[in-house]
Design a protein around this ligand. Structure first.
Ligand code: NIG
Ligand code: FE
Length: 409
């Protein structure tokens, strides 16, 4: 009997009894009971009763409701200086995101504020943003650099990201996004800036263990496919996986480049075409959907969801939390937007912040799904069915956030 094998670690055992379980892939038909010991899921068994042979004194930590894996926000720009409320006002007056960028605002205004901030100031401003994500069920977050655009300031951002992971009960994955925008001092010299990214920034930051993956912004207002390819070559020379902001505002065929470099994910992809879909299907690349940026920019070009679905390409969903195109720090809201704006099913949206988000970070072996032997990192929600997380926009439904077996809220 399964129950007899759990007697050894009795003092550390904790039970969640009779929960509706979304395990990262699907929702179980029967109520399930989870037994947690030493930070891991020891048993995952059907049943809504506490098994009699486990006696009465097993600590029941939770009953009923819904359990999902800890949520994974696989695309954020959480560390930045300042804010862009005035740009928000400009856009309300009709100025476009691309126009603001061309006038030296947009990303570059955040670059100025980020450069001016100290490491401690950036840490202090990013922490409450990360805590907001955590209070909404996030247990793993990806944080990009890309507002420093020099070795010194990119390093500062990445160090803040690492420190956040050390200070809080959350796994932080860092992504180097040196090729995000052209810094003002390199105006007219984009290739020279890419040389700096490749010859100085990546080697130094990789050596300091500050980079888990390398990202680019491939766009007519950012970098060309050729420039992005140089960054990817350098990343691969340092054994770092790559990903790309591609096909957001136009189709530059960045996804095909990403596929050639076996990218973990292609992100945004509103303008992804059939050739791009075939390419990422071959390379096993995740399609990361960012409905918050689509919403904020009042975009009308919807990513090719039905084609991605038909091709069997895993779709992830993330906040893209950043001061310009997605000042949104609530991942469950993205579940709703992915369904309402992009027509994902609630199950697809949930897979997008669990199993597929883990794949987008190269963490499939350890994150994003719940099964016996996996880390006990999960959320216990006060709802009856997982679809409710996507259906209504409603804070404060998280009963417990469990991170490696510890109840953190
Ligand atoms: O993912 N697409 C490029 N970069 C960010 C926007 C950053 C910003 O506006 O500050 C994005 O949308
Ligand atoms: Fe982004």
């Amino acid at each position: 009997m399964a129950g007899t094998s759990i007697t050894q670690g009795q003092p550390q055992l904790q039970l969640w009894v009779g929960v509706t379980l979304f395990d990262g892939a699907h929702t179980h038909e029967e109520p399930m009971t989870l037994v947690v010991a030493d930070g891991r899921i020891k048993l995952l068994v059907p049943g809504h009763q506490q098994p009699a042979e486990w006696e009465n004194d097993w600590p029941v930590a939770g009953r009923g409701g819904v359990v999902t894996p800890g949520l994974i926000d696989c695309h954020t720009h959480l560390v930045f200086g300042g804010n862009r409320a005035s740009e928000f006002e400009k856009r309300l007056e009709g100025v476009s995101y691309a126009d603001i960028a061309a006038q030296g605002g947009g990303i570059l205004s955040t670059v100025n504020a980020t450069r001016a901030a100290s490491e401690d100031e950036l840490f202090a401003s990013a922490k409450p943003r990360l805590e907001a994500l955590m209070a909404d069920g996030v247990t793993t977050v990806e944080i990009k650099s890309g507002y420093g655009l020099s070795l010194e300031h990119e390093r500062k951002m990445l160090r803040v990201a690492r420190r956040l992971g050390q200070a809080l009960s959350v796994d932080v994955v860092t992504t180097f996004l040196g090729a995000h925008a052209l810094p003002p001092e390199y105006k007219g010299r984009a290739n020279d800036y890419i040389t700096l990214v490749c010859d100085e920034m990546i080697p130094a930051l990789a050596k300091e263990n500050l980079i888990d993956a390398v990202d680019v912004f491939c766009e007519n207002i950012a970098f060309t496919v050729e420039q992005c390819e140089r960054v990817f070559q350098t990343a691969h020379n340092h054994d770092l996986p790559v990903k790309g902001h591609v096909e957001q505002l136009s189709n530059q065929h960045g996804s095909e480049l990403c596929a050639r470099y076996k990218a973990l994910s292609v992100d945004h992809i509103e303008w992804l075409d059939d050739a791009g879909i075939q390419a990422i299907k071959q390379s096993g690349t995740v399609a990361t959907l960012l409905p918050g940026a689509f919403y904020t920019l009042r975009d009308t070009q919807v990513p090719p969801i039905e084609k991605l679905r038909k091709a069997g390409i895993p779709m992830a969903v993330a906040t893209d939390a950043n001061p310009g195109s997605s000042p949104i720090f609530q991942l469950t809201l993205m579940l709703n937007m992915a369904c309402t704006l992009f027509r994902l099913t609630p199950t697809e949206a949930l897979q997008g912040v669990t199993k597929n988000a883990a794949q987008a970070l190269g963490l499939s072996d350890s994150h994003g799904t719940l099964a016996e032997g996996r880390a006990a990192t999960f959320c216990h929600w006060q709802i009856d069915h997982p679809a409710e997380l996507a259906y209504s926009i409603q804070p404060n439904r998280l009963l417990q956030r469990v991170y490696n077996g510890e109840i953190t809220s």
